[in-house]
Ligand binder design. Structure first.
Ligand SMILES: [Zn+2]
Length: 86
């Protein structure tokens, strides 16, 4: 499907309707957010990168499985990944 980047308006082909920005704007946005919010956003960024990697490789536990397991233990995704060395 095609969405239009919310920042520059460029049409972007995406697999998920959750994607709102083109690659370039998304990267800039993350870089900016990273500088502002630090570690919390870095974890979210790592989470996004991991989703992309999982989609590319299609092996290992799915992101939904990891999130479900993390919830079972009452941990955030970042805490769960750190604890289990995923
Ligand atoms: Zn853009």
């Amino acid at each position: 499907m095609i969405v239009h980047c919310k920042i520059c308006g460029k049409p972007v082909e995406v697999k998920s309707p959750n994607v709102k920005y083109c690659d370039e704007c998304r990267r800039k946005k993350y870089e900016t957010t990273y500088r502002i919010k630090g570690e919390e956003e870095a974890i979210k960024y790592a989470y996004q990168k991991r989703i992309e990697q999982m989609r590319a490789k299609r092996n290992g536990p799915s992101i939904e499985e990891v999130v479900r397991e993390a919830n079972k233990e009452g941990l955030s995704y970042g805490q769960y990944v750190a604890k289990h060395g995923l």
